[in-house]
Design a protein around this ligand. Structure first.
Ligand code: PEP
Length: 247
């Protein structure tokens, strides 16, 4: 059985009640490919608004979650609180959090474990900087980030990996189909060697980094690209074309 195409929309710290309602309205009216699994990640403040207005077939993701169940952790949100609010996914390990908020591999892994143990799906981001790519360290960096998770999490059935080269995020500089496919294939080989053959066969590996309605078609044809994590373009009406990239 093939892997279901998956498209996530990461709104990051963008939007207002009005603009987010407009995006949701646009999705509600659109003719979306029923074969694509769609997950929308608005800022935390708007999770409930989005959950309330989207059809049940589209799931909602937080952009982060904490690894403790409750307590004195000002500003954080728990797995249980997300589930209580009908939020079934979370993004974790996004490079903006790794770089700006200095989240290390161990912290990302610990949060991934908490999310998986609590029953959330996880869009687990990994990716190299331009400097690391130019030093020939792409696969080493990506597999180091994934290994930290594999050391703590054995069940990968609710993990979707998003390969997001940092130099391609929000820059308009998309990886070539060859660059993306090469890393996706290496991640799949790593899953087979380090997790299981089943995880290698079933885990969706998304590409993220300046995906638009114009470049998504060719990327979507690559054998190891199972969808996209989309930032900037998920705020635009053309997000629908990315959801429908395999049609
Ligand atoms: C992202 O933030 O996950 C992302 C891929 O952003 P963009 O599509 O804007 O490059």
């Amino acid at each position: 059985m093939g892997r279901q195409f998956f498209v996530g929309g990461n709104f990051k710290m963008n939007g207002t009640i009005k603009s987010i309602k407009d995006i949701v309205e646009n999705l509600n009216k659109a003719d979306l490919d029923p074969n694509t699994e769609v997950v929308i990640a608005p800022p935390a403040l708007y999770l409930l608004l989005v959950r309330e207005h989207l059809p049940k077939g589209i799931e909602v993701a937080a952009q982060n979650v904490f690894d403790r169940p409750n307590g004195a952790f000002t500003g954080e949100i728990s797995v249980e609180q997300l589930k209580d609010s009908g939020i079934t996914w979370t993004i974790l390990g996004h490079s903006e959090r790794r770089v700006i908020l200095q989240e290390d591999d161990q912290f990302v892994a610990s949060k991934t474990k908490a999310a998986i143990d609590g029953g959330l799906g996880v869009i687990l981001c990994c990716g190299e900087s331009l400097e690391q790519r130019e030093a020939g360290k792409t696969i080493e960096v990506v597999t180091r980030q994934l290994k930290a998770v594999a050391d703590k999490v054995k069940d990968w059935s609710k993990i979707v990996i998003a390969y997001e080269p940092i130099w391609a995020i929000g820059t308009g500089k998309v990886a070539t189909t060859e660059q993306a496919q090469e890393v996706h294939a290496a991640i799949r080989a790593w899953l087979k060697a380090e997790v299981s053959s089943e995880a290698a066969e079933k885990t969706r590996i998304l590409y993220g980094g300046s995906v638009t309605e114009k470049n998504c078609g060719d990327l979507a044809k690559q054998p190891d690209i199972d969808g996209f994590l989309v930032g900037g373009a998920s705020l635009k009406p053309a997000f629908v074309d990315i959801i429908n990239a395999r049609r």
